[in-house]
Design a protein around this ligand. Structure first.
Ligand code: ADP
Ligand code: DAR
Length: 343
């Protein structure tokens, strides 16, 4: 196994922390699923513009390759190898009165968590058979949901291109062909084993076997952030009655990308702040102050359209789910206040 050939273009945390010494100390190790350090870093080696550049093949990757992952997790999350993650999925603890009841700024709200099935490899190391089994178990479990969560599972295999493109355009379905996921081994056997579940209103959705084995999503038009969070926590509670998700007291919920560890939660609004966005320095300063990330209108690696931005919490590990949503909410309140002041 050769040490990767890095160039000046490789600026990821992977390139920073995979020193030759660290590589030599790990190159002969394999996880129980046969995952190696070269497998972990392939995405970042092939994509020099990666921010992190590493994906775990299983929960064990985070301990087998700890000399590599620990400093990345510490730098990205400010979370040391001795810290313990805490979870709080109780919406009663969230102080989030709708900040935009007249819908002048917030187009829509979406809160998602990633989950992976306990005692199974993660997407980069899973076999086709294991992934197909996960699709069967998860889709069957979802199809037993009742009330407002009741809906239908739609396998990607056999879905018409028109239906698929419409769901992606309307922000409901994951995009295809992400090069970072491809080189992490997450797109193997595509589209087999992948699909989407959603209720009739498309306010509760679950992606199956994309970057994580489940992406549990609550979303709706407008800014009632507390209602979106309440629906999500209710759904998670229902699923946890029937499935066990990969979790440990140090890293919280286990995900393939280290950026999602802990809560694996991204709470976002699509918000129109055209006046503030005309001063990107000021816009970014407010987002930084509230630990917020700015994405484009179609999520990661996309651009804003019409002055509408995807604003979400950046912190996921070492904070609770309530704190993730509170980070986003508090930032959105200030963004709206400043946008109004510029009117
Ligand atoms: P993830 O949120 O799972 O990390 P992305 O950033 O790629 O992944 O976003 C996935 C999809 O969710 C994209 O289509 C994006 O436009 C949509 N999305 C994200 N936040 C919102 C929101 N607040 N309202 C509507 N759609 C959203
Ligand atoms: N492009 C990868 C992804 C980092 C975070 N986004 C995820 N996990 N979808 C990178 O290392 O930049």
């Amino acid at each position: 196994m050769e040490y990767p050939k890095f160039t000046q273009e490789h600026k990821s945390l992977m390139a920073k922390y995979l020193t030759k010494d660290v590589f030599d100390s790990l190159k002969d190790k394999k996880t129980v699923n046969g995952f190696t350090i070269s497998d972990v870093v392939n995405s970042g080696v092939q994509n020099p513009d990666s921010g992190i550049g590493a994906y775990a093949g299983d929960e064990e990757s985070y301990t087998t390759f700890a000399p590599f992952f620990d400093p990345i997790i510490e730098e990205y999350h400010g979370f040391t190898k001795n810290d313990k993650h805490q979870s709080d999925l109780n919406p009663d603890n969230l102080d989030a009165k709708n900040p935009d009841p007249d819908n002048k700024f917030i187009v829509s709200t979406r809160i998602r968590v990633g989950r992976n099935v306990d005692n199974m490899p993660l997407g980069p190391a899973i076999t086709k058979e294991q992934r197909d089994e996960i699709e069967k178990v998860v889709s069957t479990t979802l199809s037993s949901l009742e009330g407002s969560l009741k809906g239908k599972y739609f396998p990607l295999d056999g879905m018409s291109k028109e239906d698929q493109d419409a769901l992606i355009k309307d922000h409901f379905l994951f995009k295809e062909g992400d090069r970072f996921l491809e080189t992490a081994g997450l797109n193997r056997n595509w589209p087999l084993g992948r699909g989407i579940y959603h209720n009739t209103e498309k306010t509760f959705l679950v992606w199956v076997n994309e970057e994580d084995q489940l992406r549990i999503i609550s979303m709706q038009q407008g800014g009632d952030i507390k209602e979106v969070f309440t629906r999500l926590t209710t759904a998670i509670g229902e699923l946890e009655k029937k499935m066990k998700f990969s979790f440990n007291e140090h890293l919280g919920y286990i995900t393939s990308c280290p950026t999602n560890l802990g809560t694996a939660m991204r709470a976002s609004v699509h918000i129109a702040v055209p006046k503030l966005a005309a001063d990107m320095e000021k816009f970014k300063a407010i987002c930084d102050k509230h630990h917020l990330q700015i994405r484009g209108i179609h999520g990661e690696h996309s651009e804003s359209e019409g002055g509408v931005y995807d604003i979400s919490n950046k912190r996921r590990l070492g904070v609770t789910e309530v704190q993730c949503v509170q980070d986003m909410y508090d930032g959105v309140v200030e963004l709206i206040k400043v946008e109004k002041s510029l009117a």
